[in-house]
Design a protein. Structure first.
Length: 151
């Protein structure tokens, strides 16, 4: 991969409106039955203003950023050789029903370990006022000899 792309920030995505339905669909997809993801009464009893999203929900917001990264020919990422290495989330507050979220993906790290390369992508999610909500960090492992090409 092209190390000159380190720090590259991709265009902001279109605003994402968080709805109860999207939260429930995501909770169903991951098999999480926690009532704060489904029921307003349970969510407010837990101290939230409305239904909140599971902690891994920002994966949905990072998908568009990942698409931009994989389409970046200058980066030289061979997505056919990619496996997901790790995922982490750094929250300021939970994602909740009614949020209008914006996200920007940045290449935070590119490194090689022998024939394997690793790229870390940070997707920073903010609300409509520009306040930080969460940063989702994904580390992707690129198998092969890319790290031996001297880039």
């Amino acid at each position: 991969m092209n190390r000159d792309c380190l720090g590259r920030q991709y265009a902001p995505t279109e605003p994402y409106v968080v709805t109860r339905r999207k939260i429930v669909e995501f909770a169903d997809a991951i098999g999480d039955t926690n009532p704060i993801y489904r029921d307003v009464t349970a969510a407010t009893a837990a101290g939230h203003k409305d239904v909140v999203a599971p902690p891994t929900f920002p994966i949905v917001l990072g998908a568009e950023g990942l698409d931009m990264v994989t389409a970046d020919d200058e980066l030289g990422l061979d997505f056919t050789a990619v496996v997901h290495g790790s995922q982490a989330f750094s929250y300021t507050r939970p994602v909740a029903t009614g949020d209008v979220l914006n996200s920007v993906t940045t290449i935070a790290e590119i490194k090689a370990l022998g024939a394997t390369e690793m790229i870390t992508l940070d997707t920073t999610v903010t609300d409509e006022d520009g306040a930080h909500v969460v940063t989702a960090s994904s580390m992707l492992v690129v198998r092969g000899d890319a790290g031996e090409k001297g880039q």
